[in-house]
Design a protein around this ligand. Sequence first.
Ligand SMILES: [Zn+2]
Ligand SMILES: [Zn+2]
Length: 381
Amino acid sequence: MIYADLHIHIGQSLDGKAVKITASRALTLPNIIKEARDVKGLSLVGIIDAQSPGVRRDFLFLAEKGVLIPLSGGGYAAESLVVIPGTEVELKVGEGNAHFLAYFPTIAQLEAYTRFLKPYVKNLQLSSQKVFLPVEAWLEAVEINGGIWNPAHAFTPHKGIYGSCCRRLAEVLPVCPQALEIGLSADCSMARSISELDEVLLFSNSDAHSLPKIGREYNLLELDDNSFKGLKELFGRQSGRLIANYGFPPQAGKYHRTFCLICEQVVESCPPQLICPKCGSEHVVMGVLDRLLCIADKPLTKSGPDYIYQVQLRQLPGLGPKMYAKLLAVFGTEMAVIHEAPLEQLCEVAGERIAQWIILARNNELPFEAGGGGLFGRIRK
Ligand SMILES: [Zn+2]
Ligand SMILES: [Zn+2]
């Protein structure tokens, strides 16, 4: 059983150069390894800024020091954690621009891919750069260098393929993706309301811009081999299984409902709302739910047991850094506290109030004010 978060950014490479400008500077490769493995309890991560020369050097440096051991199936092991190098790019597809993720077996293959890309990208050091190539050419560059790919945060209005480019992938992509990342403001049942995704693996990843956000969404996988090869075989349905997604309740995501830029408010009336019902303005950031209801070809259903709702411990009311440290000291990892620790023991360690919040979160019973326009949903205290 493998807990996998396949979308983690790098704030800066070890040479001190910024990679993802909006991300925390503490988000370095060594810090990510420690946080993901020792605090969150993950066993597979995707570092999606490894096209950056600085980050590639960091991989090679850690491999030289023996912190990362190259695996025969691709990817690198840091004790119990497997790290897969990858990249996020922005491509023009259909009516807009969308983000895509690709993963590679080795730094050498990622480097060959990057060399090909260089004339079509302004600044390879930086994260999520626009690639001035048709999507077909990018897919080919990924494939000939042994990579696998999927659309990133597919439903968000900000650079999500369904959110801002198309109603159907078949209209804009030459092939159907094997996998798709659904993003924080949607869950599997929402994605399953589009028939063309029936056979597509749906992933939930954190898109972490800081260390504490690692693992805010992740996937429970069964892989033949915890390596790039195992992940590739899962993508291709040759072996392995995606058992469950652990993700935000969609209302908690920052683009769940339409947001009016004039009223500066999340729209609350019955979805879909494509203009502001209060002031009539079309200046809105479309909500993921509102957009989905417009493009779905099946009715929305309730999520099944393969989508497990979770919020991060630090989001719960009254749970400060001291209590967080105490819970981790007793139960080991954040995953163990959120999903496994029995109520009685939680009460003993954290007191009844906080224990109740944790249990509400575990049962997906937290009361939310929906998020929108870049503001996360809020727990109603
Ligand atoms: Zn992105
Ligand atoms: Zn308005």
